[in-house]
Design a binder for this molecule. Structure first.
Ligand code: FAD
Length: 474
């Protein structure tokens, strides 16, 4: 019969659980088809994140084709799309996919499982997106963890899943081309490809694997020293590839461990592996708390009296708050769809503790802009920063945006890169340009209030208000 492998956020052919298992199940006379479901009405919400994702999709589709494995497209409502699949592939007998454990993806998966429930088609949801799935890391009493440190102890001890090899020769041999039967899907794909900008040249599996190699050959040994400084490229920049599944997290893990081998120089790699565990941790938290996109995990902080101020929110989004590090960070997000982790923490703290604006506004804005938008990690990051998550920054430890700037961009190189109007401001004032004497403002061609804004809020005042706001609740 025919086996379908449905691709979603796993746009690659290396180390792919569903594809690997599907191929293993095939015997002489069987056929394999690659599938992608295109949601209708996508044009209405086509953000940077979509643009990046569909660039990755194109690379994947082309890569599969080069390997003699054409991808088939279906579109319409989920039910219509899968009815069409079933009607057109009359001997369809197996459907494999890498399941989502959380969010809308998990709901969609369940619908598809239900759809095939009373048919002769066997459905095989596989676990693939994380190193350890949500329910694999448990306390002795069987409960799931809520705090990272104890979760991580257990996570580290568990045997790690091995690479799920894909037999490319077998794939080519068993692949079949039935695309002629799916013309509406083909049309929808063509429209998508016309809609995307094509500016994300570095998307896709091949580029992602190259990036992983670069990281493991050099940067990873210094990761622990450099990861906090946005002006230097000390992190792996793999998040968009992990998000789209262009690179497998298992592959990342094993590449790091193999590269390290018997060497003792493990502080960088160990720190890095811990970050991969954070990704698993937040996946597990979102699995445990599906309501956490909209609701504070700590009950007493629900229904807080947030500042509803469109002007302040807009200033934050555009990066015109008058705090250089915050502004440069937001410009980075708006320009390249990615932001350094240290800065994500800083701008999230600024929105919630300096502007007292609801963290959900920030979570939603990141959702629009981030090419690596991962609901579980983003919600986790925002609930951490707003002190409302299970394992969060305590509310009284409030980031000072100027101190953050002095510590993590001491020379101001990152700031100058994204705020060219500050490029000639001397180091002494780069973190506090509003303190520049007016003659100097003239000299360096940056008049505060004109070329660069005055601070929109006073940190000390807002800090006190934030403390009161939280204290009132707790
Ligand atoms: P590296 O430092 O090279 O880390 C390697 C990988 O580990 C990352 O690609 C990522 O998959 C994982 N990782 C690292 N830090 C974290 C973390 N704190 N939480 C979860 N996973 C982590 N990450 C996303 O992938 N998507 C998001 O939508 C997202 N939103 C965030 C929102 C906020 C408010 C905060 C504070 C953090 C958020 N993060 C998110 C986590 C982190 O900022 C990014 O994963 C990281 O900056 C990606 O760059 P990198 O690949 O170079 O990271």
């Amino acid at each position: 019969g025919t086996t379908v492998v449905w691709f979603r956020r796993d746009l690659r052919i290396h180390d792919h659980t569903a594809l690997s298992k599907a191929l293993q199940s095939l015997t002489k006379g069987d056929r394999i088809v690659g599938l992608f479901f295109i949601q209708p009405n996508l044009n209405e919400s086509f953000t940077a994140r979509h643009d990046y994702y569909y660039e990755t999709l194109m690379k994947h589709v082309d890569h599969c084709e080069e390997n003699g494995f054409p991808i088939h497209f279906v579109t319409g409502s989920l039910e219509d799309a899968f009815s069409q699949l079933k009607n057109q592939l009359t001997d369809l007998d197996q459907l494999y996919f890498n399941a989502d454990e959380t969010g809308g993806g998990a709901e969609r998966d369940q619908k598809v499982i239900d759809f095939f429930d009373s048919t002769s088609v066997a459905v095989y949801p596989c676990l693939d997106h994380t190193i350890h799935a949500a329910e694999e890391v448990k306390k002795q009493d069987g409960d799931l963890y809520k705090v990272f440190s104890s979760y991580y102890k257990q996570w580290r001890q568990l045997n790690k899943p091995s690479i799920q090899h894909v037999d490319l020769a077998k794939l080519k041999e068993y692949a079949t081309d039935q695309r002629g039967k799916f013309s509406s899907g083909a049309e929808a794909y063509k429209n998508l490809m016309e809609r995307k900008t094509g500016k994300w040249k570095y998307a896709g599996e091949q580029e992602g694997l190259k990036r992983l190699e670069d990281f493991t050959h050099s940067k990873m040994y210094d990761y622990h020293n450099k990861r906090d400084f946005p002006a230097i490229s000390g992190t792996s920049l793999l998040s968009p590839y992990l998000r789209t599944g262009a690179v497998s997290t298992r592959t990342v893990y094993h590449t790091i461990v193999d590269e390290l081998g018997e060497q003792n120089n493990s502080e960088g790699p160990d720190t890095y592996i811990q970050e991969l565990a954070w990704r698993d941790f937040y996946n597990m938290i979102y699995f445990q708390y599906p309501e956490s996109k909209d609701m504070e995990l700590i009950e007493k902080y629900r229904g807080m009296d947030w500042n509803v101020d469109e002007e302040l929110l807009q200033a934050w989004k555009e990066g015109v708050t008058g705090y250089p590090l915050i502004d440069a960070a937001m410009k980075q997000l708006n320009q390249i769809g990615w932001m350094h982790n240290r800065l994500r923490m800083a701008v999230a703290s600024f929105l919630t503790k300096d502007l007292l604006i609801d963290w959900r506004e920030g979570e939603r804005y990141f959702e629009e802009q981030l090419i690596d938008y991962e609901p579980a990690s983003n919600i986790g990051g925002w609930q951490w920063a707003s002190s409302t998550g299970t394992d969060a920054a305590p509310y009284f430890r409030i980031f000072n945006p100027t101190r953050q700037s002095e510590r993590f961009d001491a020379e101001g190189n990152f700031i100058r890169k994204y705020l060219p109007q500050l490029k000639d401001v001397p180091k002494k004032y780069i973190h506090t340009p509003w303190k520049m004497p007016s003659e100097m403002q003239e000299e360096v061609g940056c008049r505060i209030g004109e070329d660069y804004p005055n601070p929109i809020v006073d940190h000390d005042t807002m800090r006190k208000r934030a403390l009161e706001l939280y204290k009132e609740k707790g």
